[in-house]
Design a protein around this ligand. Structure first.
Ligand code: ADP
Ligand code: ASP
Ligand code: MG
Length: 447
């Protein structure tokens, strides 16, 4: 069997859904299990409605719900019942003025809960034998609302009972991505962009032959095509390279996606639902060497650098432990670190706990914070052992101020920090330099 995941743009309206249903229909002999995202933009709209309701701007929240209802009802009339429930929920939230992570998950879950019903309905209308599986019955997670962690074994056991018999009898199973539930049945989500992760967890649980991520670009590109229009498709990329790119801003793939698939050696393809005849990008365990070395460049905005300076650090040990313990206590991930003899700089992309972190860092030294920065990340296997890469990279961006650098920790990534305002220029300059020529073995120009 195979797992086919369709992202928001691949199910944004009736035409997109029909196109995606057609792609599934052509692969029925491979026994597909379909994972769908919410209709394009629906998750953002739902969360905005929730935020407005909790902020006691109920009219605006209801207006968003009404507009979403129109989109959904046009595709499946019965979804109006769900919208009646959603409006009740929004009213209750505005009465208590609360929007906890748990409630956010419940509100956001409407997106995938409904898109998966719509997709199933459409497949049936087109004459296919399809069954809907409520993801909240199959995807078992812990209780970390907003970013729940799946329990793979329990999820696998549930899928064996709920999905396998249908797949074996030739039916197409359709479920929502991104959403799940705790053991006691409370709705959770896997974090934004989490439908890719659902696809990987399900693929690993069902021992899929292949996981296909259908999206709105030809595959993993040499840069985000929205920033660098001349970006080219990468035919094949390793799990390690893809994970770095995903983590550092290549939104095309959720960072965690690759892990369950790596463990089981399941090939993952990124494919374009608007051009289904394309060969996409294959994500493999080991990368083939390439003359270019660099496979792709990613950027991540909204980065904050925290610097702690203290003369007590001079020749002392235990300082870094004390420093990292502060971030650990506040469950805040650090992406990049640079140290000098008397100071440490680290980057964060989640600043929710920053005020508390700053307070707790004060006893360690002088703390300074700089925000509105961007991380630029150049990725390619064996980059660490290839002379000239750093020279070329920094040469390309010689007119741009670089605030922090990380190189050498991994064999595949060179990253640095610039002002957010410089990020797109840096991307274009780097891309123009590193991809002056495309090795046809590795890259495929846009058609
Ligand atoms: P989906 O809704 O299908 O999950 P996403 O919006 O999450 O799609 O991801 C696809 C988008 O990722 C593309 O439209 C593209 O702009 C962006 N992107 C960023 N970096 C890359 C990259 N290196 N290759 C391809 N797409 C990228
Ligand atoms: N719909 C969710 C989001 O927008 C999950 C996903 O699309 O992957 O984040
Ligand atoms: Mg996505």
């Amino acid at each position: 069997m195979i797992v086919m995941k369709f992202g928001g743009t691949s199910v944004e309206d009736g035409a997109a859904i029909d196109r995606s249903c057609g792609i599934v229909a052509e692969r029925i002999s491979r026994r597909p299990l379909v994972v769908v995202s919410a209709l394009g933009g629906a998750t953002n709209a739902l969360l905005e409605a929730g935020r407005l309701a909790a902020d006691r701007q109920l009219d605006k929240a209801i207006a968003i719900a009404d507009a979403l209802e129109k989109r959904h009802v046009a595709l499946l009339a019965s979804t109006s019942e769900d919208f009646a429930r959603l409006r009740e929920l929004l009213r209750a939230m505005s009465a208590i003025g609360e929007f906890s992570l748990r409630t956010q998950d419940l509100v956001a879950s409407y997106g995938e809960a409904l898109s998966s019903q719509i997709f199933t309905h459409r497949l049936k209308m087109l004459g296919h034998d399809a069954v809907h599986l409520d993801a909240r019955r199959a995807m078992v997670t812990d209780e970390t609302f907003g970013k729940a962690v799946p329990h793979p074994d329990e999820t696998a056991a549930r899928l064996e009972g709920l999905a396998r018999p249908h797949i074996d009898s030739g039916k197409i199973v359709v479920m929502g991505g991104y959403i799940g539930a705790t053991r006691s049945g409370i709705t959770t989500t896997l974090g934004r962009g989490g439908s890719d992760y659902t696809a990987a967890i399900v693929g690993a649980a069902m021992n899929a032959e292949e996981i296909q991520i259908w999206t709105d670009v030809d595959g993993m590109m040499t840069a985000d095509p929205r920033i660098v229009p001349s970006a080219c498709k990468v035919k094949e990329i390793s799990f390690g390279e893809a994970a770095e790119l995903a983590y550092f801003g290549a939104k095309v793939l959720h960072p965690l996606t690759v892990l369950p698939a790596v463990d089981k050696d399941i090939p993952v393809y990124i494919l374009n639902s608007r051009k289904p005849a394309g060969s996409g990008t294959r994500i493999t365990k080991n990368a083939r060497p390439t003359a270019n070395v660099i496979k792709s460049i990613a950027s991540k905005r909204g980065i904050t650098v925290v610097t702690v300076s203290s003369s007590r650090m001079l020749m002392a040990h235990g300082f870094l432990r004390a420093l990292f313990e502060v971030f650990d206590r506040h469950r805040t991930a650090v992406d990049m670190v640079a140290t000098s003899e008397v100071s440490v700089s680290l980057t964060l992309d989640n600043t929710a706990a920053l005020p508390a972190i700053q307070e707790e860092l004060k006893p360690l030294g002088e703390v300074s914070v700089k925000d509105r920065l961007a991380l630029i990340c150049i990725v390619g296997n064996n980059l660490k052992y290839t002379p000239g890469i750093a020279h070329r990279a920094f040469g390309s961006v010689k007119d741009i101020n670089i605030l922090m650098v990380s190189h050498g920790a991994s064999n595949i990534n060179l990253s640095f920090i610039v002002a957010e305002a410089d990020a797109d220029t840096a991307m274009r300059k780097l891309h123009a330099d590193f991809f002056r020529e495309f090795d046809p073995e590795v890259f495929e120009p846009p058609v």
